[in-house]
Design a protein around this ligand. Sequence first.
Ligand code: UD1
Ligand code: CA
Length: 449
Amino acid sequence: MLAVAVLAAGKGTRMKSDLPKVLQPLAGSTLVQRVLASCAGLAPQRRLLIVGHQAEWVESTLAADAGLEFVLQQPQLGTGHAVQQLLDPLAGFDGDLLVLNGDVPLLRPETLEMLLSRHRASGAAVTLLTARLADPTGYGRVVANAAGEVSAIVEHRDCNDEQRRIDLINAGIYCFNWAKLAAVLPELTTDNDQGELYLTDTVALLSPAMHVEVADADELNGINDRLQLAQCEAVLQQRLREHWMREGVTFTDPASCTLSEGTRFGRDVVVEPQCHFRGAAVIGEGCRIGPGCLIDNATVGDRVEIVYSVVREARVDADCAIGPYAQLRPGAELAAGCRVGNFVEIKNSTLASGVKVNHLSYIGDADLGANVNVGAGTITANYDGVRKHRTVIGAGSKTGANSVLVAPITLGEGVTVGAGSTLTRDVPSGALALGRARQLVRDHWQGPS
Ligand code: UD1
Ligand code: CA
């Protein structure tokens, strides 16, 4: 039997933020959600989140996480006090308790699996993750012998000079035999520099206490301030880029690009400098993205080229070319082979295959049939000040430069709209529509002198 408890009640004073620390964003998720995700593969029978500081905010953020039990720690008197709150909900629980700090978000699932199997194989009362750090400042130091047995953990601020030189640090990730931990939890005291109840003090009360050192110390990075937040973001970004390079994506300037966990690439995608992928950004095979793109929660088909553009909550099918300087907003859906050029904005609109919107246009709440050619500067006037209305343009139609289509309006198939027209009425298929002032020319005109 396995229970997982995540400590997320602390204030996070060093963050200097209104947002609770465990809700700080990291690679498109939050600290605590990343921690919860790292232990999902262990399929624990119970999952408990200890909340306290701004508990309601944390709970409402995680409300959709079915089966997660919230345990309130009020007031917050330290990590040991936090785990004491489990004595009630876990009364009679017979198994291991994995305790994770809510601010250690880079843990790999494999590392937790390794911790659990080592703990179970050795039969220790507690097994904790450690690492050797060149700069262990701020972390609890682990006093251990060569056999991996831990006699104590001393917090940085409670260390004497000799202890401060220990480079083996406590990650705040522990696997306890719950019954043994429960027996010693009431013995904790506040005899330390912060006057708190420290979970780390239980290791001196439990035997045997073992530690397992991880190879990649980056995994154990704890986040206490914004500097460490940025460092963790950098580690995660590096991991994501490396993963996708191994999967066949070329980054011409990897360090200038950022990815989300939900980003997916097909093979032979080339990502040029300064591209950012957020949310579920799914990019097909053979695409060329960038330089300078933001792709946010969008699906892009195969062989699409996007240059200096923003694509957000939109769908772009195969063989389209976007940009430079285009913006595809939520609900833009482009079928295969469309061309959207410079200074074009498209919102909540469907473009059938082969549509061209090459220059300086706004297409909002519109449905464009196959091979429609939208002239430079065409605007769909979709908003009457109260409501949005749709514009429908049939297949093969062409709008002249600087056309304004005042919605609701339907143009049939094969319609031609003269340049500079403002159209307010429907146009049947095959017609020419002109809606502009007639040109006046006075020969030999003499202006006032
Ligand atoms: C803790 C460890 C330290 C370890 C470090 C690793 C203790 C005493 N020290 O120190 O040995 O090296 O983590 O990152 O445990 N929390 C609560 N309730 C509280 C206090 C804290 O839920 O009353 C939660 C916090 O929200 C946080 C986690 O526990 O997620 C760790 O607390 P924090 O104050 O950051 O501990 P550290 O000083 O980093
Ligand atoms: Ca911490």
